[in-house]
Design a protein around this ligand. Structure first.
Ligand SMILES: [Mg+2]
Length: 325
């Protein structure tokens, strides 16, 4: 299936803009954002950064994208993560101002030269959204590969920082949904199809415990069979969580895209859920960027995005390399 530059550019710019909208209000509660919702790019706030500043989510996604413009090489991705952390590579203003615990521990291991797929935490408590927030550029590399390979590659790339099966499954689900959006499938049909495809695939994976699959019940076809199987877009906002837990971020991003009709509505809804605002904004923003493409992202936000020309240039280089696959 053909890949279009508008999808590559839309996804990465969409992710970075969603991240930048969320950075000034990271950790703010939903209740406090109800009083003073984000409606536009803001400056300063939580991390005291200038307007348009994106965070670790975008930096690590850009490191992955940059690596893929060369080849698919986990050691190269690992080196770029280390260079980000230690030498401010692909940072908006030459400093790392935010990093998750699991990610920093894994990058420390990567810096010591551990094998890339062995660096990420494997414990059940290592299921923050740190691999989900940076996985999107991988979509273009796996786009035309069979599902078994897509899963295996996603597993390895997640495992650089997050090796637990729950994080791997969340990344896989996200990219399967994004892949269908890229094919211009109606978003509700894309969701139904993702539910079925992922459900069927996961059940062939005997190494995945049923309890883990069951945790995704809001996003699958009633895996164990004793749930109210209301589709996620019928959930009320109060039933959608926006912490830094990987499953919350995945559910929130899909809920935002399915209940919104534009790029701006999707990302503002995501950010205004509160708490992990930059990551929910980035993860939802990447999907919305694919759906509505770059022309759907408000111009006034794009012009304020730090290093927007460098990011756009990277998306062109990534598109050119990926179209040769
Ligand atoms: Mg962040």
């Amino acid at each position: 299936m053909v890949m279009l530059l508008e999808h590559v550019a839309g996804s990465i710019l969409g992710l970075a803009v969603g991240d930048a909208l969320g950075v000034p209000v990271e950790f703010e509660s939903r209740h406090s954002l109800k009083q003073n919702p984000v409606t536009d790019m803001r400056a300063y706030g939580s991390h005291r950064q200038p307007v348009g500043t994106w965070s670790d989510d975008s930096s690590l996604a850009l490191c992955l994208a940059e690596s893929l413009t060369q080849s698919y090489d986990l050691k190269d991705v690992a080196n770029r993560f280390v260079n980000w952390y230690n030498y401010n590579y692909w940072t908006p203003h030459g400093e790392v101002f935010d990093v998750g615990i699991a990610t920093s521990q894994a990058i420390h291991q990567l810096g010591l030269g551990i094998e890339p797929t062995k660096a990420g935490g494997k414990s059940v408590s290592s299921n923050g959204n740190g691999s989900l927030m940076r996985i999107l550029p991988l979509l273009f590399y796996i786009y035309n590969k069979p599902i078994e390979q897509r899963f295996a590659i996603v597993k390895d790339v997640s495992s650089l920082t997050h090796a637990h099966i729950r994080s791997v499954m969340a990344c896989f689900y996200y990219l399967e949904f994004a892949r269908l959006l890229m094919q211009r499938t109606d978003k509700f049909m894309a969701f139904e199809q993702t539910k079925n495809t992922v459900n069927d695939f996961l059940k062939t994976q005997n190494h995945i415990p049923m309890e883990e699959i069951d945790l995704f019940h809001r996003l699958l076809v009633n895996p164990i069979g004793n749930y109210d199987i209301k589709p996620i877009y019928e959930y009320k906002e109060a039933e959608i969580y926006s912490s830094g837990y990987v499953l919350h971020t995945l559910e929130a991003s899909i809920w935002c895209i399915l209940t919104s009709d534009s790029y701006a509505e999707t990302v503002l809804k995501a950010v205004n859920l509160g708490e992990d605002t930059d990551t929910t904004g980035a993860v939802a923003g990447g999907l919305a960027g694919i759906m509505y493409t770059e022309v759907g992202i408000p111009k006034s936000w794009l012009v304020q995005l730090v290093k927007v020309e460098e990011i756009r240039d990277l998306t062109v280089r990534l598109f050119e390399k990926m179209s040769q696959n």
